[in-house]
Design a protein around this ligand. Structure first.
Ligand code: FE2
Length: 268
């Protein structure tokens, strides 16, 4: 049972102040710090919506919001130190975030259990696969799943908005500095057609990144998230920015069918 002691107002004000410390007069840095700040605040909203749809109680919702608020806290230090959001050429932003939380002791007002759930959910938010249910505490897995779904919903919003306006303003940090060539790697196509989440280590082009993001659909945990994906037309928007080939048309049909099945399952 999560106690009613999560002071989200305090955490939000701490977060605002912390992020302000990274504001910069350099427009490139400022753009990316703001990007992650705004992303974080939207993930808080997404997780609350998701939690409410799942009928979580108020205390559980507060803890979920706190987890969302701190999930990317390592991003600010990451961009300041390395000038990139690419974990592979810098360091794991989740681990970096845990260091920030420990050093600042901002979570000291949580109980030990709440803190442990928060740390683990952050630690698991960017791994390819969550641990097996037999080897991890159910509460920890629930919050990790909520965070992963909420985070993906907002990343999809960020990238689809970006693809639409990219011709006017480029941000290489959002493209993980990958080359924008017409090619894509077939392993990403194969993964999608076999309902597998791809490995980010295989990324070679910007198109690969879009395919990787499409494949996240196989890592979604809640029906409510599938409904949001459909309503927001995530698949269509990402596909629109990929080359018009037989492979891509196949992927589109496959993903649409998968989405319908997942949504239909609930209504059976
Ligand atoms: Fe995130």
């Amino acid at each position: 049972m999560i106690e009613n002691n999560v002071d989200t107002a305090f955490f939000h004000s701490w977060f605002r102040k912390y992020v302000k410390g990274f504001y910069s007069e350099d427009p490139r840095i400022q753009e990316n710090i703001r990007l992650k700040e705004e992303h974080t605040l939207r993930v808080c909203k997404e997780i609350l919506q998701l939690g409410k749809a799942l009928d979580l109680n108020k205390n559980a919702l507060r803890l979920a919001e706190t987890i969302a608020l701190f999930h990317d806290i390592g991003r600010f230090e990451q961009f300041k130190t390395y000038g990139t959001f690419n974990d592979r050429v810098s360091e794991n932003h989740a681990t970096l975030g845990l260091k920030v939380l420990e050093e600042t002791n901002v979570l000291s007002r949580l109980t030990k259990t709440q803190r442990s759930i928060t740390y683990k959910a952050i630690c698991y938010h960017n791994v390819r696969k969550l641990p097996d249910p037999a080897s991890e505490n159910p509460d920890c897995l629930l919050y990790s799943k909520l965070l992963r779904d909420a985070d993906k919903l907002d990343i999809w919003l960020v990238v689809t908005t970006y693809y639409g306006k990219r011709h006017k303003h480029r941000n290489p940090a959002l493209e993980l500095e990958l080359p924008d060539t017409p090619e894509y790697s077939l392993c990403f196509v194969e993964d999608i057609l076999n309902n597998r989440v791809s490995n980010s280590h295989e990324l070679k082009t910007f198109n690969d990144m879009k395919l990787l993001q499409l494949g996240w659909i196989f890592d979604i945990n809640f029906t409510q998230t599938f409904i949001q994906i459909q309503q927001r037309q995530i698949i269509e928007k990402i596909i629109a920015d990929l080359p018009d080939t037989e492979d891509i048309r196949k992927i589109q049909n496959h993903l649409k069918e998968y989405l319908n099945e997942r949504i239909f399952e609930k209504n059976k």
